[in-house]
Ligand binder design. Structure first.
Ligand code: ATP
Ligand code: MG
Length: 575
């Protein structure tokens, strides 16, 4: 199964852009359900919700859920609520609420209402009282261990205890006292009275409320009892008249209970549907694990560009379009799968190739001296900003002079046969500028090349070339006297194994020690002084980059979003 999906991802990557663009996608199973429900008149319009727990930053898995929930409502003219599932006071925080709102907006979606499960605490309490009055819920004084033991096993029915037969009056009284704060944490719970022999363990008198004397980020100290997920989620859906409540596969066994509560409470019949969560190679995707990386300072916060969080991708230079494209491509399945990270990288390249402004930067510099170029002369050459854009994206001027920085790897002392760059006697075109012929080089005592010499052909200027000379290679460069400097941060996968959560021991042992490489001094063309955060740049031949949020005019910092090609695919082929 796993390999199938990997193959699927690989196939998708190798499909041509045109094919992907024009490919008719058949309806996914949720779209089929919604179309049926609308056609049969079951609903006039649909309501979905995205229900994050504000206990961490959103990750790319959440993006899948967001695209799905908002996407369905957009496609079928319905609406989507953003509902914070904030029923657990201990782990939740306003910082997370704010970041979640920012991320959903950044992805390009607008919610119909911003809602909080904690706003329903009164209503949920009333629902619980209703079930007690119907003889369908009771207060249990057992310890968690006793409850677990009495629950039985999947093959053995559970056993009831003395509390199960409490009278309705006693239950009402005790539940009111629980709410009033008369008992310590864990002293009592409220349970639904369903079926201790049910083959579904979730139906064996599940917990509805627990006592927790804890401060809540919205309700303060108003409550010391908090509803469990199963007694909050479906009811919140129902209160909001959510028609299609979409969640991930692990909630399949909860569906029976979801339906039972709604049925017994006789409230709006929301329905739960499950799809498989997104898992991606070389990544961990649980907030709990991501929080560990943050707290143990293994990354630079939730928005470290190596994190699979939306905030991390944003800082790294991913665009909302690329993430939406990715979510669209992976589609919606009912079976667990593992998606290749390279598919996401493919999607971001797609978008950036079309939209990134082209600039030149020399990451690993060596000096090229053009010996026949007049000393002190500076020519302002013209370069198109984006050859992929219809109008070329405008132009910028690029200063050219006698001394240039070029990439060290673009010169070789003893070039092999098909090396179409510089080596003594070889010719190459300097992008936007002239053809040059390499005439020599200089080395230091350590044997490292310090300068390369060349002569330029004055009549070969790009756009005005009358030289008649054909060259096979073009290299980028930056004029030494005009260059700006910047720090460049190159990122690699955060983990060195495909599925760190599946490995033995702690997932943190599998962190890739080379996931961040800092180049302190990189020479960049002067037009990059105007770089703005959030705008994508292609550094010619070097990849896509964006300005880091900590960049300043005194110290420019660029993050590499992704390389121009999938270098990992090559490595796999090499074996
Ligand atoms: P995590 O396990 O990472 O903490 P969660 O499911 O506890 O995730 P929630 O805040 O409860 O996080 O999730 C909000 C919504 O996003 C839920 O509907 C959940 O099903 C969905 N979601 C979470 N992780 C993924 C994922 N990897 N793929 C798809 N949807 C996901
Ligand atoms: Mg959760």
């Amino acid at each position: 199964m796993e390999s199938q999906i990997r193959k699927f991802a690989a196939n998708t990557v190798s499909m041509s852009v045109e094919k992907i663009k024009t490919e008719e996608k058949s309806l996914n199973f949720l779209e089929e359900i919604v179309e049926e429900d609308l056609a049969s008149g079951k609903y006039k319009s649909i309501v979905t919700r995205f229900p994050p727990e504000p206990n961490g930053y959103l990750h790319i898995g959440h993006a899948k859920s967001i695209c799905l929930n908002f996407g369905l409502a957009l496609k079928y003219g319905g609406k989507t609520n953003l509902r914070f599932d904030d029923t657990n006071p201990v782990k939740e925080d306003v910082e997370y609420v704010d970041s979640i709102k920012e991320d959903v907006k950044w992805l390009g979606f607008e919610w119909s209402q911003e809602l909080y499960a904690s706003d329903y605490f009164d209503q949920l309490y009333a629902f619980a009282v209703d079930l007690i009055k119907k003889g369908l819920a009771y207060v249990d004084d057992s310890t968690p261990e006793e409850i677990a033991a009495q629950k039985g096993t999947p093959t053995e029915p559970g056993k009831g205890n003395e509390f199960r037969n409490r009278s309705i009056e006693e239950n009402l009284d005790l539940f009111a006292k629980m709410k009033a704060g008369e008992f310590p944490d864990g002293a009592k719970v409220l349970r639904a009275k369903i079926d201790l022999a049910s083959p579904n363990m979730h139906m064996r008198d599940p917990l509805m409320y627990r006592i927790k004397h804890a401060h809540h980020h919205r309700t303060g100290d108003a409550w010391c009892i908090y509803p469990m997920y199963d007694f909050a989620h479906g009811q919140s859906d129902s209160i909001e008249h959510v028609t299609h409540s979409i969640c991930t596969l692990e909630f399949i066994p909860h569906r029976e209970l979801y339906d039972w509560f709604i049925d017994k409470l006789e409230i709006f019949p929301s329905h739960q549907y499950e799809f498989s969560r997104l898992n991606m190679t070389y990544t961990v995707m649980s907030k709990r694990k991501l929080l560990q990386l943050v707290e143990e300072k293994m990354v630079d916060g939730w928005n470290d560009p190596r994190m699979p969080t939306i905030a991390g991708f944003r800082r790294r230079g991913y665009t909302p379009e690329s993430i939406r494209l990715f979510c669209d491509k992976i589609g919606v399945q009912k079976r667990e799968n593992l998606i290749d990270l390279s598919l996401l990288e493919f999607c971001v390249r797609e978008d950036l190739n079309r939209n990134a402004v082209r600039r030149m930067a020399v990451l690993d510099p060596v000096k090229l001296v053009i010996t026949n170029y007049p000393e002190g002369q500076v020519e302002e050459l013209i370069g198109e900003n984006n050859p992929e854009a219809e109008d070329g994206g405008g132009t910028r001027s690029i200063p050219f002079s006698k001394e240039l920085w070029i990439e060290r790897e673009d010169f070789m002392e003893e070039p092999p046969k098909k090396f179409f760059r510089l080596g003594v006697g070889l010719t190459v075109r300097l992008k936007y500028a002239y053809i040059v012929k390499c005439t020599g080089f200089k080395k230091d005592d350590a044997g490292d090349v310090t300068e390369v010499y060349a002569e330029y052909i004055p009549e070969s200027r790009s756009g005005h070339d009358t030289s008649g000379i054909n060259v096979k290679g073009t290299i980028h460069w930056v004029s030494v006297q005009n260059a700006l400097t910047a720090e460049v941060r190159l990122y690699d996968r955060l983990f060195k194994v495909e599925n760190p959560s599946n490995e033995e021991g702690d997932f943190k042992e599998y962190i890739n020690p080379d996931s961040l490489q800092v180049l302190p001094i990189v020479f960049i063309e002067p037009a990059l002084a105007e770089a703005v955060p959030g705008a994508p740049y292609q550094f010619l031949r070097k990849g896509y980059f964006c300005l880091d949020e900590n960049s300043s005019s005194d110290k420019l910092i660029f993050n590499r979003t992704v390389g121009l090609k999938d270098t990992w695919a090559k490595e796999v082929k090499k074996g």
